[in-house]
Each structure stands twice: as C-alpha cells, then as structure tokens.
Design a protein around this ligand. Structure first.
Ligand SMILES: Nc1nc2c(c(=O)[nH]1)N[C@H]1C(S)=C(S)[C@@H](COP(=O)(O)OP(=O)(O)OC[C@H]3O[C@@H](n4cnc5c(=O)[nH]c(N)nc54)[C@H](O)[C@@H]3O)O[C@H]1N2
Ligand SMILES: Nc1nc2c(c(=O)[nH]1)N[C@H]1C(S)=C(S)[C@@H](COP(=O)(O)OP(=O)(O)OC[C@H]3O[C@@H](n4cnc5c(=O)[nH]c(N)nc54)[C@H](O)[C@@H]3O)O[C@H]1N2
Ligand code: SF4
Ligand SMILES: [Mo]
Length: 731
C-alpha cells in the first residue's frame, strides 16, 4: 500500500490530503496533518474524489451526435476531425466572433486547463468569451482593478491575526471560503474569538457562519452598499477615519466621504432592516478594533450593487487603516503570480459591447446573462458555435431555460466535461475529462487569495485510464484547429509556441535543458521561475516543489504597498469615477418604497458543489437539499403546505417547503445547481432526486452594470402553496 500526499482540487480551501492506494485503488482519504496550510483539515467532499473516480456514469469516451439526433460514442480522432471541419467552416463564414467560449468554475481549479484555455482564448480571438465570473466574483475583480490596478490584487481578511472580522454575504463554514483560501475556517474563527476578537456576520440568513458569530445582522438582500455607506458616514461624521500611514498611498478620500453624506444610518436603516443604533455601533467597533478586516463574497457580488458593494468593503478597510496591515485586509504574494501576465490598464471595461443588448465587456468577458440572446437573436455577429469547458450554464446561468433552448440552435456545440450534464447533453460533441485523481494539481488561481503564502505541487495519485485525454490536451487540439493546422496538427509544436509566448511575456528563458518537459508543468515552471520566491538559493521550479509534498511555506502575508499597486496614478483609487457614478443609483434606491414582495436568495450545502457531485452516493445521501427555506411567520401568513410554487417574472418552480427559523421573514432561500431532470443527463443517482433549477427564476435582464454580473440574490418572487406532487420526484 502506498500513501500519496496531494491537494484536494474541489474547492478553494486547497486541503492537503493523504490517499492510501492499494492495487491501483484509493482505499482511504485523510487530511494531511503536515500540510503547510491545512494541517489536517478536510471536508466530506474529499471522499467524493474516490467515488468520482469510479463513478460508472462518468464519461469514458467522446460522444458525437449521430444523424438520428442522439449522442453516441466515437473515437477521439473522429471527434476532432468533425470539430475541425465544422468549426473551420463557421469561422470562415462568420468570423471568429461567431465562436463563443464558456469556462466554468472547475477551470479555475486546474492549472493546466486555466493556462491552455487562456491560450485557446488568445488564439481564437473571439469577443464572445464567457465564464462563471459574471455569476460570481466579477464585481470584486472589477473593483480591485479600479482601486488597485489588478483583478488579482484582492484584499484578504487576515483572519489568523485580526481582532475584528466583519463578514458580509459569505458563508465560509459551508463554502470553505471563496476568494479566501483558509482551510479549516471554523477553527480559525473560533481562535479569533478565543483571543478576544469579535466576529460579526451580515446576511439575510442566519447561516452556520452567522451562528458562530458574536453578532448576526439580518440585512435585507441587496442593501449592503447602503449599510457600508452609512458606516463610512459615521466614520467621517464622528471623526473616526484613521488611515494609520496609508495617507501617502490613497487618493479620493474627500470624494468618498462626501458621497456618504446623504447616507446616514437613520436614512438607510429602513432599507437595510438594521437599526441606526446597530449601524453606529458597528462603525465605532470597527474603528476601535486594533486590527479589523471587512470581507464580502457572493452575497455581496451577485446582487444589484455588486461592484459598488465590493468597492465600499475595501474603502472601509482603508478608512480604518487596516488595508495592507497584519490583522487587517492584506494582499497575497503567490509563488506563481498571474499578475505578471497583465499589463497596466485603466480601461478594463467597455472595450467592446455585446451585440444584442450592448452590455460592456469587463476584463475581457461578456456577461453570461447575454449568452442566450447572442445565440438566439439572428443577425450579423450571431454566435453559431459554442465551446464549454467544465461548466453547466444550463443550470448556473440566469434565465437558463432560454439558454438551454438556445444551445439547440447552434451549428456546433462542443463540451468538455466529466459528465453528460444538463449542458453537455445539448452538445454535438462531448469530450470526456479524466478523474481529478489522475491529474497533477497546483493552486495557480487561488494562490492569489490565500491567507498565507505557500505552494504545493501534487503529482497524480492514480494512473490515467486507457484512452483518457486530459482537458489541456483537448484544448491544445482545439488551438491547433483554430490556428488552421487541422485536427492532426503537431501538438508538440503548438505547445512549444504556447510556452515560448508565455516565456516572452514573463521575460524568462525557456531553455529546454532546465525546464520541465512539455505540457502544463513546463508552463507552471515558467511562472514559478518568474515569481517572487527561491528555494535554497535556486529558482523555484516544479521539480523543486515535488520535493515538498506537504507544501513549501513562505510565511504569513506581508505588507506590500506601494509596490503591489498598478493603477495609472500609482495610488489606491478610493473614488474611481465609474464607481462614484454608479453609486448615484443608490440615492434613487434610498427613495424607493420598500416593497413587500418576498425575495429569493441562494444557499449552499457542504456536501454539494454547485451543480455537480450530486451523483456520488456518499455525498448525495441524507435529507432532500433542494428545498425552499421559509420563515414560520411567512409559512403561516401564506398558508403554505408541504409544497410551494415560486414564481418570478421569468419562470416558476415547485419545491418542497422547509420551515426554517434561520432565514429572515420576507426572504426565502433555494439552492442553485439542481434540476437534474434532463433525460440521459447527470447520472442515475442525481436523477433519483433531481430537485429544481432555481435559475429559471433569475431573469438575466438585471445586471450589476459595472461588472455585467447577474442578480442572483434578492429576486422578487411570489409564493403560494402547491398541490402535493405525489410520486413525481419520489416524495
Ligand atoms: N442562482 C444561482 N446561480 C449561481 C450561483 C448562485 O449562488 N446562485 N453561483 C454561481 C457560481 S459562484 C458559480 S462558480 C457558477 C458555477 O457554474 P458552472 O461552472 O457553469 O457550473 P458547475 O456547476 O460548477 O459545473 C461544473 C461542471 O464541470 C465539470 N467538471 C468538474 N471537473 C472537471 C474537469 O476537471 N474537467 C472538465 N472538463 N469538467 C469538469 C462537472 O462535471 C460539472 O458539470 O454557478 C453560478 N450560478
Ligand atoms: N460545499 C460547497 N462549497 C462551495 C460551493 C458549493 O456549491 N458547495 N461553491 C463554491 C463556489 S463556486 C463559490 S463562488 C463559493 C461561494 O462562497 P460563499 O460566498 O461563502 O458562499 P454562499 O453560500 O454563496 O454565501 C453567500 C451568502 O450570502 C448571503 N446573501 C444573499 N444575499 C445577500 C445580500 O444581499 N447581502 C448579504 N450581506 N448577504 C446575502 C446568503 O444568505 C449566503 O449566506 O463557495 C464555493 N464552495
Ligand atoms: S474543504 Fe474543499 S479542498 Fe478541503 S477537502 Fe473539502 S472540498 Fe476539498
Ligand atoms: Mo463560484
């Protein structure tokens, strides 16, 4: 029996694991106590890796849509030769913009896919690039681009050293942290409180994280920006602003405090559903704390004021003098730093616009909410082909009914996935991805958001299955096709070009004698060599990292101002024009009559992962998760029975009602990523308890204007009791 030390690729926590392998099979998975960052932490999803590996429903060979309209097995060569013929014809006829690319969440968890997908993006040169960012973190990336000059320059709460932590719209006890790599978050939050610190959570739901806190403030969904402006109002009005040395690095202080003038705690209290006294006290506590950090995540992003809210969170970190300070909100310094690839840019938004509704591009992407209309609206520039990589937009995108229908109008759809999911089942060609246990792993993306600077490289735990092709090789083939070298292009040559261009951008030598062999490890090698760290006097490389299966520790985060700034002014932009202008929408909001509509928010579960892992028996067991949480007051008021119909302007779903004291009155919560009801998609275990797709309710017309991010939280809905469905889904 062999014990392999490796890192879990399933979420942003990046836990070090120990897998025992016997006769080519994983027989046990434990947390690695010696891992430099996770010290033995793991969650139930880690065991999912084993079941994922052996899941008989996982795709094992490419699928091709046959003349009878059904998907059937085909060979890799045939799959690529069909893609070559049809993709080339589409580009010839309509141009590269007719080919859209969608990159899903797991792309960010696979360094090889990240690097080759971006090479495909560059080679293709289409304006129709979509990712899960515009249903997720784009607001934060935009606000950091505008304030600090880099989308990866994101302040992280230094939770191991802070004495006060204000969390808005995040539930790290369940999500295990997002834009926050801090494995074992429960222990870290408990340690904060043990050392006399205070944890405050702002969330319409009294989540597991809120239950751990000293104080929970149940805010009305979408009102965070108002709350944050009121906190700034109090800091300014009570002379509590204290930059503690940041003065030399900021500009726009007066603009931002002037903006907050109209937003007194008394003015915002009714919209927030939080009393003016509580808001004043919060501001005073934040100012008085020796080391405080404010942190927000998806609840603050996927809402009407996503970018403004993300911005104001960091304004607070600055005004309390806690930015870039131990115990405050700090910047990571990853061993492989993607910021080395981006130049100075102050115009990251609106360099082009979507064809149909004219939505601006943000950081190189168009809003996912625009994809359906770009496919189903005829005219010049219409999207005719779509390549999806590790995503399920038929469940993760707003107005997903329209999107799924649009897929069937495409001339070509290619999906790379582990499964035939609700998206890939619409594809003409599905290219299977291998089990995560057969891939090497390095947290390229999440190193930028880790609370301690570490680096771990994990080789594959298990050998590949015969016929497996990793995503990066499929992407390399697609690059060859788009580069007009055909389906049987010389992949080594293309890979050399990808590596050569990366080396040039990074300004490092790609000397074959000192490099890792061709493929993703060579690209990672280049990034590590160009990065900030050395090991025992030598440049950091993949070979070096292999010597440290428990990870290399470069220590806690250290202050990085002003070198980390990449704004044209070289300063922290506290009041970027675009953000100040958008904040004027808030003034209108303040005047708006508060409606009595019920509003819908999302919810995550520890044993689930967006729309997948629902086919793994140990994770799928237990009570039904796709239920509507409704406060008892509303259950009584609406006379709800065991089932409810939830209706929004775009759609309706029928769900089991779960009476819940945690969700605020007037708010209901429903998880996303369910609705495994497409015939032949998603696997047999998942299909037994399909749940419903909450994204038929999100309408996709309302976006956070600066980031193109869809409003997925705070959706007005109507709720009424529904008849029992009897046997429909096994209830
Ligand atoms: N209403 C609502 N909608 C939401 C959200 C919400 O909170 N509420 N959350 C949003 C967020 S934060 C996100 S990130 C998105 C996620 O949206 P997506 O990224 O579109 O979807 P996922 O459900 O993460 O699906 C990932 C797919 O990748 C496949 N996969 C996993 N690993 C690999 C691999 O290594 N290679 C390949 N090729 N495929 C792989 C899985 O089988 C799965 O089908 O959803 C968003 N949508
Ligand atoms: N187990 C598990 N882990 C996951 C995932 C998963 O599906 N399952 N998904 C992964 C992904 S892709 C991501 S992006 C992360 C997300 O990580 P988190 O953001 O930490 O997770 P969420 O549960 O989406 O937390 C969002 C919170 O915002 C609250 N909220 C909703 N609307 C508002 C609002 O208007 N204001 C405020 N203040 N709060 C609001 C919700 O009640 C919820 O508690 O999790 C990742 N980890
Ligand atoms: S917390 Fe995340 S990284 Fe850690 S074991 Fe669970 S899924 Fe894997
Ligand atoms: Mo996400």
């Amino acid at each position: 029996m062999q014990v392999h030390r490796h890192v879990c690729p399933l979420c942003e926590a990046g836990c070090g694991l120990e897998s025992s392998v016997d006769a080519g099979e994983v027989i046990a998975i434990r947390g690695n106590r010696d891992h430099v960052l996770s010290h033995g932490h793991l969650c139930p999803k880690a065991f999912g890796l084993k079941e994922l590996h052996s899941d008989a429903d996982r795709l094992r060979e490419p699928l091709l849509r046959r003349p009878d309209g059904r998907l059937g097995p085909t060979s890799w060569d045939d799959a690529f030769s069909v893609i070559d013929q049809r993709l080339t014809a589409i580009i010839d006829r309509y141009g590269a913009d007719a080919v859209a690319l969608y990159l899903g969440n797991p792309v960010a968890h696979d360094f090889a896919t990240t690097l080759y997908a971006s090479a495909l993006m560059r080679t293709l040169g289409s304006r129709n690039v979509y990712t899960a960012n515009t249903v997720d973190a784009m607001p934060k990336f935009v606000s950091c681009q505008l304030m600090f000059g880099g989308m990866y320059t994101v302040p992280l709460p230094d939770i191991d050293r802070c004495s006060y932590l204000l969390i808005l719209g995040a539930n790290p006890l369940v999500s295990n942290g997002s834009l926050l790599t801090a494995p074992g978050i429960r222990a870290r939050l408990r340690a904060l409180r043990r050392r006399g610190g205070r944890l405050v959570v702002v969330d319409p739901n009294r989540t597991q994280t809120a239950q751990e806190a000293d104080e929970h403030l149940p805010i009305r969904p979408g009102a965070d920006a108002l709350l944050l402006l009121a906190l700034i109002h109090v800091l300014a009005g009570e002379d509590l602003i204290n930059l503690r040395g940041l003065e030399a690095h900021v500009r726009g202080l007066e603009t931002v405090t002037a903006l907050a003038r109209d937003f007194s705690p008394e003015a915002v209290a009714p919209q927030c559903g939080i009393t003016a006294e509580a808001i004043r006290r919060l501001a005073r506590e934040l100012a008085a704390a020796p080391a405080a950090a404010v942190y927000g995540r998806t609840g603050t992003c996927t809402q009407r004021f996503g970018t403004v809210t993300s911005w104001l969170i960091d304004v607070l970190n600055v005004l309390t003098g806690n930015l870039d300070r131990p115990g405050g909100a700090m910047f990571a310094s990853p061993a492989a730093d993607l910021r080395q690839l981006s130049g100075r840019s102050d115009a990251a938004i609106g360099r082009w616009h979507s064809r149909v509704r004219g939505a601006p591009e943000t950081l190189g992407e168009l809003p996912l909410a625009c994809l359906a209309e770009e496919i189903d609206t005829p005219g010049t520039g219409q999207v005719k082909a779509l390549i999806t990589v590790a995503g399920n937009p038929a469940r993760s995108a707003p107005d997903s009914t329209r999107l799924a229908a649009a897929f069937d109008q495409l001339e070509l759809m290619v999906s790379l996935d582990l499964y035939r999911n609700e998206t890939s089942t619409h594809a003409d060609i599905v290219l299977p991805a291998p089990s995560p246990l057969t891939k090497s792993h390095y947290d390229l993306f999440f190193g930028h958001f880790a609370i301690r600077n570490t680096a771990t490289f994990s080789p594959p735990v298990l050998p590949p299955w015969p016929g497996d092709r990793p995503d990066w090789q499929s992407l390399l083939r697609l690059i060859g096709i788009v580069a007009r070298q055909g389906a049987s292009a010389d992949l080594d040559l293309i890979d050399d070009m990808v590596a050569g261009s990366l080396a040039t951008t990074l300004g490092v030598s790609a000397d074959p004698d000192t490099m890792a062999p061709r493929g993703p490890e060579r690209l990672l090698d280049l990034l590590l060599r160009a990065g900030p760290y050395r090991d025992r006097g030598a440049p950091l490389t993949v070979a070096r990292l292999r010597e440290y299966p428990d990870g290399l520790d470069f220590g806690p985060l250290i202050p990085q101002l002003p070198a980390v700034l990449n704004t044209p002014s070289g300063l922290i932009e506290l009041a970027p024009d675009l953000l100040v202008a958008d904040a004027s929408r808030l003034r209108d909001d303040l005047q708006r009559q508060r409606s009595n509509n019920m509003v819908l928010i999302g919810r995550r579960h520890l044993r689930s992962n967006n729309s997948w892992m629902h086919n793994l028996p140990t994770l799928a067991k237990g009570p039904d998760r796709c239920t509507l949480h409704v406060h008892p007051v509303d259950v009584a008021r609406l006379a709800l029975g065991p089932y409810a119909t939830v209706t929004s302007p775009t759609g309706a779903v029928e769900v089991p009602v779960e009476v819940s004291e945690t969700v605020s009155p007037g708010v209901v919560s429903l998880p996303h990523g369910w609705g495994h009801d497409e015939p032949e998609a998603s696997g047999r275990v998942a299909a037994r308890r399909p749940g419903v797709n909450s994204n038929v309710l999100a309408d996709g017309t309302e976006l956070d204007p600066l980031s193109g991010t869809a409003v997925l939280n705070g959706i007005p809905v109507q709720i009424r009791t529904a008849p029992m469905r009897g046997e429909v889904d096994g209830h």
